[in-house]
Ligand binder design. Structure first.
Ligand code: 5GP
Length: 186
């Protein structure tokens, strides 16, 4: 049986990373699509696990070779979903999870209207700013940029199939699992 495409997006700092890790641990049939990016690795990153880290030239040649299902520029860096591994995993019957920004999700929606699109929203923009500040990995200027990006991303949340507010992580994990499992039984 062919797997399903599940797209999770939402503003940076909303807790998508932690949520996605929990989902991958708790849902057997779910596989993560590892994106390529030109941003610098952070301490928690690992090549091929969190991202494939590329130079801008390498990324651009992947674009020319149609290697991406979608790609976007976010905070002056390229991010993209390599298409071949997604196709392979779907064909093997796994559900494939894409954790991508809103621009990317809009492009995937056009291509794959049958996908399950889940927007993870913060309880408020103030909470989001506090979480980004607490993470300590970005400068105040980068945090301002991410908050501004979040505000425009939030405007597009109604285009998603589901919106889950991440206030308490356990509740958000349960909500997303319910969505995935409900669709399973259809
Ligand atoms: P970060 O730099 O914090 O890892 O990610 C920044 C943003 O890029 C996040 O919103 C994340 O979901 C998004 N992102 C990660 N990979 C991709 C991708 O392959 N395509 C797109 N469009 N966005 C991505």
């Amino acid at each position: 049986m062919k797997g399903r495409l599940i797209v999770i997006s939402g503003p940076s700092g909303v807790g998508k990373g932690t949520l996605v890790k929990r989902l991958l641990r708790e849902c057997d049939r779910l596989k993560l699509s590892v994106s390529a990016t030109t941003r610098k690795p952070r301490s928690e990153d690992a090549e091929g696990v969190t991202y494939f880290f590329k130079t801008k030239d390498e990324f651009r040649s992947m674009i020319e070779n149609s290697a991406f299902m979608e790609w976007a520029i976010y905070n002056d860096n390229y991010y993209g979903t390599p298409i071949a591994p997604v196709k392979e995993k779907l064909a093997e019957g796994y559900d494939v999870l894409l954790e991508i920004d809103v621009q990317g999700a809009m492009k995937v929606m056009e291509r794959c209207p049958d996908g399950i699109y889940i927007f993870i929203a913060p309880p408020s923009v103030e909470t989001l700013r506090e979480r980004l500040t607490g993470r300590g990995s970005e400068s105040p200027e980068q945090i301002d940029k991410r908050v501004a990006a979040a505000e425009s991303e939030l405007e597009l949340k109604d285009r998603y199939t589901y919106v889950v507010v991440n206030n308490v992580l356990d509740d958000a994990v349960r909500d997303v699992k319910n969505i995935i499992e409900r669709k399973d039984s259809l």
